[in-house]
Design a protein around this ligand. Structure first.
Ligand code: PLP
Length: 335
Protein backbone atom coordinates (compact mmCIF):
# COMPACT_ATOMS: atom_id res chain seq x y z
CA UNK A 1 0.00 0.00 0.00
CA UNK A 2 1.25 3.47 -0.88
CA UNK A 3 -0.18 5.82 1.72
CA UNK A 4 -1.05 9.30 0.45
CA UNK A 5 -3.61 10.22 3.10
CA UNK A 6 -1.35 12.71 4.88
CA UNK A 7 2.21 13.86 5.33
CA UNK A 8 1.80 13.11 9.05
CA UNK A 9 2.13 9.39 8.24
CA UNK A 10 5.89 9.45 7.91
CA UNK A 11 7.88 7.31 10.33
CA UNK A 12 11.32 8.39 11.57
CA UNK A 13 14.21 7.34 9.35
CA UNK A 14 17.02 5.26 10.79
CA UNK A 15 19.29 8.33 10.90
CA UNK A 16 16.60 10.32 12.71
CA UNK A 17 16.17 7.53 15.26
CA UNK A 18 19.92 7.59 15.87
CA UNK A 19 19.86 11.35 16.40
CA UNK A 20 17.00 10.88 18.86
CA UNK A 21 18.84 8.13 20.74
CA UNK A 22 21.95 10.30 21.08
CA UNK A 23 20.11 13.46 22.21
CA UNK A 24 21.27 15.22 25.34
CA UNK A 25 18.24 15.82 27.53
CA UNK A 26 17.09 17.61 30.67
CA UNK A 27 13.81 18.65 32.25
CA UNK A 28 12.18 21.04 29.80
CA UNK A 29 9.63 22.31 32.33
CA UNK A 30 12.72 23.74 34.07
CA UNK A 31 13.90 24.96 30.62
CA UNK A 32 16.93 22.70 31.10
CA UNK A 33 16.75 20.45 28.08
CA UNK A 34 19.68 21.52 25.91
CA UNK A 35 18.31 19.92 22.75
CA UNK A 36 14.95 21.65 23.13
CA UNK A 37 16.71 24.96 23.81
CA UNK A 38 18.84 24.48 20.69
CA UNK A 39 15.78 23.74 18.57
CA UNK A 40 13.88 26.74 19.92
CA UNK A 41 16.83 29.09 19.33
CA UNK A 42 17.35 27.81 15.85
CA UNK A 43 13.71 28.10 14.81
CA UNK A 44 13.32 31.58 16.36
CA UNK A 45 16.39 32.78 14.48
CA UNK A 46 15.27 31.18 11.23
CA UNK A 47 12.07 33.21 11.29
CA UNK A 48 13.69 36.39 12.57
CA UNK A 49 11.82 36.42 15.89
CA UNK A 50 13.07 36.71 19.47
CA UNK A 51 11.94 33.41 20.90
CA UNK A 52 10.27 30.06 20.27
CA UNK A 53 8.60 27.29 22.24
CA UNK A 54 8.52 23.56 21.48
CA UNK A 55 4.92 22.34 21.42
CA UNK A 56 3.42 18.85 21.38
CA UNK A 57 1.08 19.59 18.46
CA UNK A 58 0.33 22.21 15.87
CA UNK A 59 -3.19 22.53 17.20
CA UNK A 60 -2.01 23.45 20.70
CA UNK A 61 0.53 25.78 19.17
CA UNK A 62 -2.15 27.53 17.10
CA UNK A 63 -4.45 27.82 20.12
CA UNK A 64 -1.74 29.47 22.23
CA UNK A 65 -0.56 31.64 19.34
CA UNK A 66 -4.05 32.96 18.61
CA UNK A 67 -4.81 33.52 22.29
CA UNK A 68 -1.64 35.62 22.56
CA UNK A 69 -3.29 38.09 20.19
CA UNK A 70 -7.01 37.72 20.93
CA UNK A 71 -8.60 38.19 24.33
CA UNK A 72 -11.70 36.49 25.67
CA UNK A 73 -14.72 37.64 23.67
CA UNK A 74 -12.73 39.14 20.81
CA UNK A 75 -12.46 37.72 17.30
CA UNK A 76 -9.92 36.44 14.82
CA UNK A 77 -10.60 36.67 11.09
CA UNK A 78 -9.50 33.81 8.84
CA UNK A 79 -10.20 32.10 5.53
CA UNK A 80 -13.28 29.87 5.78
CA UNK A 81 -11.45 26.58 5.20
CA UNK A 82 -8.54 27.43 7.52
CA UNK A 83 -7.30 24.64 9.78
CA UNK A 84 -8.00 26.82 12.85
CA UNK A 85 -11.64 27.14 11.74
CA UNK A 86 -12.30 23.62 10.44
CA UNK A 87 -9.92 21.16 11.97
CA UNK A 88 -9.18 22.21 15.54
CA UNK A 89 -12.55 21.10 16.89
CA UNK A 90 -13.54 24.54 18.09
CA UNK A 91 -10.53 24.76 20.42
CA UNK A 92 -10.18 28.53 20.04
CA UNK A 93 -13.74 28.98 21.28
CA UNK A 94 -13.71 26.10 23.75
CA UNK A 95 -10.46 27.08 25.51
CA UNK A 96 -9.90 30.74 24.76
CA UNK A 97 -13.34 32.30 24.27
CA UNK A 98 -12.28 33.48 20.83
CA UNK A 99 -14.86 33.92 18.07
CA UNK A 100 -14.19 33.83 14.34
CA UNK A 101 -15.50 35.37 11.18
CA UNK A 102 -14.25 34.29 7.80
CA UNK A 103 -13.71 35.27 4.21
CA UNK A 104 -13.62 32.72 1.40
CA UNK A 105 -10.99 32.39 -1.29
CA UNK A 106 -10.74 29.38 -3.65
CA UNK A 107 -6.96 29.19 -3.15
CA UNK A 108 -7.04 30.13 0.53
CA UNK A 109 -5.34 33.46 -0.16
CA UNK A 110 -5.60 36.61 1.87
CA UNK A 111 -8.34 38.86 0.52
CA UNK A 112 -7.41 42.23 1.93
CA UNK A 113 -10.60 43.93 0.72
CA UNK A 114 -12.67 41.28 2.49
CA UNK A 115 -10.54 41.58 5.62
CA UNK A 116 -11.00 45.34 5.64
CA UNK A 117 -14.74 44.94 5.21
CA UNK A 118 -14.93 42.42 8.07
CA UNK A 119 -12.64 44.35 10.39
CA UNK A 120 -14.45 45.69 13.46
CA UNK A 121 -12.53 48.21 15.52
CA UNK A 122 -13.31 48.61 19.20
CA UNK A 123 -16.90 49.91 19.34
CA UNK A 124 -17.50 49.47 23.03
CA UNK A 125 -20.44 47.32 24.11
CA UNK A 126 -21.94 46.92 20.62
CA UNK A 127 -19.72 44.78 18.39
CA UNK A 128 -17.14 42.05 18.74
CA UNK A 129 -13.73 43.60 18.30
CA UNK A 130 -11.35 42.17 15.68
CA UNK A 131 -8.06 41.53 17.44
CA UNK A 132 -6.22 39.41 14.87
CA UNK A 133 -6.15 37.97 11.38
CA UNK A 134 -4.92 34.42 10.88
CA UNK A 135 -3.41 33.18 7.62
CA UNK A 136 -2.37 29.66 6.63
CA UNK A 137 0.68 29.03 4.44
CA UNK A 138 0.67 26.66 2.70
CA UNK A 139 -3.08 26.35 2.80
CA UNK A 140 -4.05 22.77 3.54
CA UNK A 141 -7.66 22.44 2.40
CA UNK A 142 -7.17 24.75 -0.57
CA UNK A 143 -4.67 22.16 -1.84
CA UNK A 144 -1.26 23.13 -0.51
CA UNK A 145 -1.41 26.57 -2.10
CA UNK A 146 1.27 29.15 -1.35
CA UNK A 147 0.15 32.56 -0.11
CA UNK A 148 1.78 35.30 -2.21
CA UNK A 149 4.36 37.22 -0.16
CA UNK A 150 3.20 40.64 -1.39
CA UNK A 151 -0.33 39.95 -0.10
CA UNK A 152 1.06 38.93 3.28
CA UNK A 153 3.13 42.11 3.41
CA UNK A 154 0.16 44.28 2.47
CA UNK A 155 -1.92 42.56 5.15
CA UNK A 156 0.75 43.12 7.80
CA UNK A 157 1.10 46.77 6.89
CA UNK A 158 -2.63 47.36 7.08
CA UNK A 159 -2.95 45.35 10.31
CA UNK A 160 -0.15 47.24 12.02
CA UNK A 161 -1.84 50.50 11.09
CA UNK A 162 -5.13 49.50 12.70
CA UNK A 163 -3.68 47.64 15.68
CA UNK A 164 -4.62 44.12 14.59
CA UNK A 165 -2.25 41.19 15.16
CA UNK A 166 -1.26 38.60 12.56
CA UNK A 167 -1.08 34.88 13.27
CA UNK A 168 0.54 32.65 10.68
CA UNK A 169 -0.36 28.96 10.71
CA UNK A 170 2.80 27.71 9.04
CA UNK A 171 2.25 23.98 9.52
CA UNK A 172 3.75 23.62 6.04
CA UNK A 173 5.69 26.87 5.78
CA UNK A 174 8.84 24.97 4.76
CA UNK A 175 6.94 23.70 1.73
CA UNK A 176 6.14 27.30 0.75
CA UNK A 177 9.80 28.23 1.27
CA UNK A 178 11.08 25.40 -0.93
CA UNK A 179 8.44 25.96 -3.61
CA UNK A 180 9.14 29.69 -3.96
CA UNK A 181 12.66 30.24 -2.62
CA UNK A 182 11.29 32.92 -0.28
CA UNK A 183 13.58 33.14 2.75
CA UNK A 184 11.84 31.92 5.91
CA UNK A 185 12.69 35.20 7.69
CA UNK A 186 10.63 37.07 5.08
CA UNK A 187 7.62 34.96 5.94
CA UNK A 188 8.44 35.46 9.62
CA UNK A 189 8.41 39.22 9.14
CA UNK A 190 4.77 39.13 8.00
CA UNK A 191 3.42 37.85 11.34
CA UNK A 192 3.45 38.64 15.07
CA UNK A 193 3.25 34.99 16.00
CA UNK A 194 3.73 31.82 13.97
CA UNK A 195 3.19 28.14 14.46
CA UNK A 196 5.26 25.71 12.41
CA UNK A 197 5.07 21.89 12.34
CA UNK A 198 7.97 19.44 12.37
CA UNK A 199 5.60 16.50 12.12
CA UNK A 200 4.29 17.13 8.60
CA UNK A 201 6.53 17.03 5.54
CA UNK A 202 9.67 17.37 7.63
CA UNK A 203 9.04 13.88 8.93
CA UNK A 204 9.55 14.23 12.69
CA UNK A 205 7.29 11.94 14.73
CA UNK A 206 6.00 14.76 16.98
CA UNK A 207 6.38 18.44 17.44
CA UNK A 208 5.53 21.98 16.47
CA UNK A 209 7.11 25.27 17.38
CA UNK A 210 5.45 28.54 18.39
CA UNK A 211 7.49 31.58 17.36
CA UNK A 212 7.13 35.17 18.51
CA UNK A 213 8.55 37.85 20.76
CA UNK A 214 9.98 37.03 24.19
CA UNK A 215 6.87 38.12 26.14
CA UNK A 216 4.53 36.13 23.91
CA UNK A 217 6.65 33.02 24.28
CA UNK A 218 6.95 33.45 28.06
CA UNK A 219 3.16 33.69 28.34
CA UNK A 220 2.70 30.71 26.00
CA UNK A 221 5.01 28.72 28.28
CA UNK A 222 2.62 29.39 31.17
CA UNK A 223 -0.41 28.39 29.12
CA UNK A 224 1.29 25.30 27.73
CA UNK A 225 1.84 24.07 31.30
CA UNK A 226 -1.68 25.09 32.32
CA UNK A 227 -3.10 22.99 29.49
CA UNK A 228 -1.04 19.99 30.46
CA UNK A 229 1.57 20.40 27.76
CA UNK A 230 4.64 20.83 29.98
CA UNK A 231 7.00 18.10 28.81
CA UNK A 232 10.09 16.74 30.52
CA UNK A 233 13.07 15.03 28.79
CA UNK A 234 11.61 15.94 25.46
CA UNK A 235 14.96 16.62 23.80
CA UNK A 236 14.51 13.14 22.38
CA UNK A 237 11.75 14.61 20.21
CA UNK A 238 13.45 17.96 19.63
CA UNK A 239 16.42 16.01 18.25
CA UNK A 240 14.13 14.58 15.60
CA UNK A 241 13.13 18.13 14.69
CA UNK A 242 16.73 19.31 14.47
CA UNK A 243 17.60 16.31 12.33
CA UNK A 244 14.65 17.12 10.06
CA UNK A 245 15.79 20.72 9.67
CA UNK A 246 19.25 19.52 8.68
CA UNK A 247 18.20 16.76 6.31
CA UNK A 248 14.57 17.00 5.22
CA UNK A 249 13.98 20.54 4.01
CA UNK A 250 15.52 20.61 0.52
CA UNK A 251 14.01 17.22 -0.30
CA UNK A 252 10.50 18.73 -0.04
CA UNK A 253 11.06 19.68 -3.69
CA UNK A 254 10.84 15.94 -4.49
CA UNK A 255 7.44 15.75 -2.77
CA UNK A 256 6.28 18.68 -4.89
CA UNK A 257 7.44 16.96 -8.10
CA UNK A 258 5.71 13.74 -7.02
CA UNK A 259 2.50 15.65 -6.34
CA UNK A 260 2.53 17.01 -9.88
CA UNK A 261 2.96 13.45 -11.22
CA UNK A 262 -0.08 12.32 -9.25
CA UNK A 263 -2.08 15.35 -10.37
CA UNK A 264 -1.44 14.56 -14.00
CA UNK A 265 -2.52 10.95 -13.45
CA UNK A 266 -5.81 12.16 -11.94
CA UNK A 267 -6.54 14.72 -14.65
CA UNK A 268 -5.68 17.69 -12.44
CA UNK A 269 -3.63 20.48 -14.01
CA UNK A 270 -0.14 19.91 -12.56
CA UNK A 271 0.60 23.62 -12.90
CA UNK A 272 -2.07 24.26 -10.27
CA UNK A 273 -0.24 22.02 -7.79
CA UNK A 274 2.14 24.28 -5.91
CA UNK A 275 3.46 21.98 -3.19
CA UNK A 276 2.75 18.47 -1.85
CA UNK A 277 -1.06 18.37 -1.80
CA UNK A 278 -3.35 17.44 -4.68
CA UNK A 279 -7.07 17.97 -4.44
CA UNK A 280 -9.08 15.75 -6.78
CA UNK A 281 -12.76 16.40 -7.46
CA UNK A 282 -14.92 13.36 -8.15
CA UNK A 283 -18.73 13.01 -8.15
CA UNK A 284 -18.38 10.22 -5.57
CA UNK A 285 -15.23 10.75 -3.54
CA UNK A 286 -15.80 7.68 -1.35
CA UNK A 287 -15.95 5.42 -4.42
CA UNK A 288 -12.70 6.88 -5.72
CA UNK A 289 -11.07 6.15 -2.36
CA UNK A 290 -12.26 2.52 -2.53
CA UNK A 291 -11.06 2.06 -6.11
CA UNK A 292 -7.70 3.57 -5.20
CA UNK A 293 -7.37 1.23 -2.22
CA UNK A 294 -8.07 -1.77 -4.47
CA UNK A 295 -5.29 -0.51 -6.74
CA UNK A 296 -2.88 -0.28 -3.77
CA UNK A 297 -3.08 3.44 -2.98
CA UNK A 298 -4.55 4.88 0.20
CA UNK A 299 -6.13 8.32 -0.19
CA UNK A 300 -8.76 10.11 1.88
CA UNK A 301 -11.83 12.24 1.33
CA UNK A 302 -11.96 15.78 2.69
CA UNK A 303 -15.51 16.32 1.44
CA UNK A 304 -18.25 14.31 -0.33
CA UNK A 305 -16.80 15.21 -3.72
CA UNK A 306 -13.22 15.92 -2.75
CA UNK A 307 -10.25 13.62 -2.30
CA UNK A 308 -6.88 14.75 -0.97
CA UNK A 309 -3.54 13.21 -1.94
CA UNK A 310 -0.44 14.19 0.02
CA UNK A 311 3.14 13.30 -0.86
CA UNK A 312 5.81 12.94 1.81
CA UNK A 313 9.09 11.46 2.99
CA UNK A 314 7.65 7.96 2.98
CA UNK A 315 6.86 8.04 -0.76
CA UNK A 316 9.93 7.89 -2.99
CA UNK A 317 10.06 8.43 -6.74
CA UNK A 318 9.36 4.80 -7.49
CA UNK A 319 6.33 4.71 -5.18
CA UNK A 320 5.03 7.98 -6.62
CA UNK A 321 5.30 6.59 -10.14
CA UNK A 322 3.54 3.38 -9.16
CA UNK A 323 0.79 5.35 -7.41
CA UNK A 324 0.38 7.60 -10.44
CA UNK A 325 0.07 4.59 -12.76
CA UNK A 326 -2.51 2.98 -10.46
CA UNK A 327 -4.56 6.17 -10.16
CA UNK A 328 -4.44 6.72 -13.92
CA UNK A 329 -5.90 3.24 -14.41
CA UNK A 330 -8.87 4.15 -12.20
CA UNK A 331 -9.36 6.91 -14.69
CA UNK A 332 -11.64 9.88 -14.90
CA UNK A 333 -15.09 9.84 -13.32
CA UNK A 334 -17.78 7.97 -15.25
CA UNK A 335 -20.04 10.48 -16.98
C1 PLP B 1 -1.60 19.60 10.68
C2 PLP B 1 -1.93 21.03 10.73
C3 PLP B 1 -1.95 21.74 11.94
C4 PLP B 1 -1.64 21.09 13.29
O1 PLP B 1 -2.07 19.83 13.45
P1 PLP B 1 -1.68 18.85 14.66
O2 PLP B 1 -2.16 17.56 14.13
O3 PLP B 1 -2.40 19.34 15.84
O4 PLP B 1 -0.20 18.90 14.85
C5 PLP B 1 -2.25 23.06 11.90
N1 PLP B 1 -2.50 23.69 10.74
C6 PLP B 1 -2.47 23.06 9.56
C7 PLP B 1 -2.72 23.83 8.31
C8 PLP B 1 -2.20 21.70 9.51
O5 PLP B 1 -2.18 21.07 8.33
Amino acid sequence: MIDLRSDTLTTPTEAMRQAMARAEVGDDVYAEDPTVLALQDRVAETFGHEAALFMPTGSMSNVLAVRSLVQLGQEVLCESSAHIARAELGAHGAYSGVTMRTWTHPRGHVDLDAVRALHAPDMGPFFVRTAAVSVENTHNFAGGTVLPLDLLRDLREWATGVGVGIHLDGARLWNAHVATGTPLAEYGATADVLSVCLSKGLGAPVGSVLVGDADTVAEARVWRKRMGGGMRQVGILAAAGLHALDHHVERLADDHAHARLLAEACGVDPAAVETNIVVVERPDAARFVEAAAEAGVRVATVGPRTVRLVTHLGVDRDAAERAAAALARIGAPAA
